[in-house]
Design a protein around this ligand. Structure first.
Ligand code: HEM
Length: 421
């Protein structure tokens, strides 16, 4: 492996995060395969925790931080950020090994606590590094993303005292787990995704401003929709009223944001490589679906269904984490030459990832709907979804290996010839 690859540190740490996605996806396939064959060495819940922690705190946290700090090549990683990333990755690897072995235990909880503390420090570095970004655009979005990440960890910090007071498994315990997941998905990921997109537009000379009303609607709706998690165990009219207001504000924010995006129009489209358009397309459809699904869940009957059919819960989680965030981070890598599209096998890798995400999501929602309708199991469903899911780790492995053996190509305008798909 030649030295130039290590020097481009943001690209290197992106590949480290990609390794975490590969590890999480392999566990994901094992978990799916457990519905069809017995895998003696895999205990479902401890491995599930290993899967979700590696994917959320490894791939997504490190991937988002590195792309925002890289800032299209304008920013770079200070030695302090690199040390923090090294510590974060060590914590992720510890969780990857310890959760399957012990579930929630001293080592796994210790590692996730270390990750949280180092995470705060890296977020502070991102806060400082984005000081010069436009106030009414990417800077505001990133500050809300960081604020929501910190807010989400309050859910984790309360779990210890809840368990210590003998309330594990009770309503308040689930509310705090859901508090973490809700503000990770609807706050940290959602605002980080918008910050990534708006920052790209700013770097490419597009004037884009998120007005105060639109920003306020996104922030307030992200907070009020937390009531969705409460509605699951407390289907009280006031809770559903809060949900309804929250999702109505979110739909209003979406309409206003679509108007802003429309103004960017064809010019922006022209500047995006075809492969990045596919990935961004999947991400935008997933974001629209998230808003529509949450709007549907404002109806109590739909809410009960959405929470009781596990296929729907898993479909929704992976629509956010794979459909939106994973595709946006891969689009960033394509747009900045971290994935060299001249390589046919790399393009195949991207095809495998995109097909695995779209197919497994369609299967989760299709089977979920049949379960809801009481129409039973699609014949061979668990074989099909395991096969579709297996495309993801295979594709990630191809992209990772190609990435590690290729020289960086630099941003797209340097590689105009990559118009092919
Ligand atoms: C960005 C990447 C991903 C993230 C952040 C993620 C996150 C999660 C989370 C939070 C859960 C629920 C955990 C719980 O209930 O405690 C979960 C479950 C699961 N994930 Fe993922 N995941 C990702 C990618 C994948 C991939 C690529 C696959 C398959 C190849 C996969 C397969 C599964 C399976 C099978 C479950 C358990 C489903 C069940 O309980 O029925 N995930 N994931």
């Amino acid at each position: 492996m030649s030295a130039p690859i290590i020097r481009s540190s943001a690209r290197f740490w992106f590949q480290v995060a990609l390794f975490d996605l590969f590890a999480a996806a392999v566990i994901g396939v094992l978990l799916r395969a457990m519905y069809i064959v017995e895998i003696p060495f895999v205990r479902f819940r401890p491995w599930l925790h290993g899967h979700s922690h590696t994917a959320l705190l490894g791939w997504l946290f490190i991937g988002i931080a590195v792309t925002l700090l890289h800032d299209g090549g304008r920013g770079d990683l200070t030695s302090r950020s690199r040390w923090l990333l090294g510590g974060l990755q060590a914590a992720v690897l510890t969780m990857l090994v310890s959760f399957p072995i012990q579930g929630y235990g001293a080592v796994s909880i210790g590692a996730s606590t270390v990750h949280m503390i180092l995470g705060y420090a890296l977020l502070y570095a991102m806060w400082k590094a984005s000081w010069s970004w436009p106030k009414k655009g990417s800077r505001a979005l990133l500050r809300f993303a960081i604020g929501f990440f910190v807010l989400s960890t309050l859910g984790i910090l309360t779990i210890g005292p809840i368990i210590a007071s003998g309330n594990q498994g009770t309503e308040i315990y689930y509310w705090s787990v859901q508090f973490f997941l809700h503000f990770q998905f609807n706050g940290w990921f959602w605002f980080a995704a918008m910050a990534l997109g708006v920052r790209w537009a700013e770097r490419n000379g597009f004037s884009i401003t998120i007005d105060q009303l639109t920003m306020g609607l996104w922030v307030v709706s992200a907070i009020l929709t937390y009531a969705l998690a409460i509605a699951w165990s407390e289907p009280h009219p006031a809770v559903f009223a809060t949900v309804s207001i929250g999702v109505a504000l979110q739909v209003w924010a979406t309409i206003r944001t679509l108007r802003i995006l429309k103004r960017l129009g064809a010019q922006a489209h022209e500047r995006v490589l075809p492969w990045a358009r596919i990935l961004i397309g999947i991400a935008l459809v997933s974001m629209a679906m998230k808003v529509l699904v949450q709007a549907g869940v404002a109806i109590p009957q739909v809410a009960v269904m959405a929470f009781t059919v596990r296929h729907y819960v898993m479909g929704f989680i992976h629509m956010n984490t794979l459909g939106t965030m994973t595709c946006l981070l891969l689009a960033y890598a394509v747009m900045h030459g971290w994935c060299d599209l001249r390589s046919p096998s790399l393009r195949t890798g991207l095809w495998l990832i995109a097909s695995g995400i779209v197919l497994s999501e369609l299967m989760l929602f299709a089977q979920g709907t049949l379960f809801w309708a009481g129409w039973g199991l699609i014949p061979g469903h668990y074989w099909q979804i395991t096969a579709a899911s297996a495309l993801i780790p295979i594709g990630v492995l191809v992209v990772l290996v190609k990435g590690l053996t290729q020289r960086p190509t630099g941003p797209p305008q340097m590689v105009e010839q990559f118009k092919g798909i």
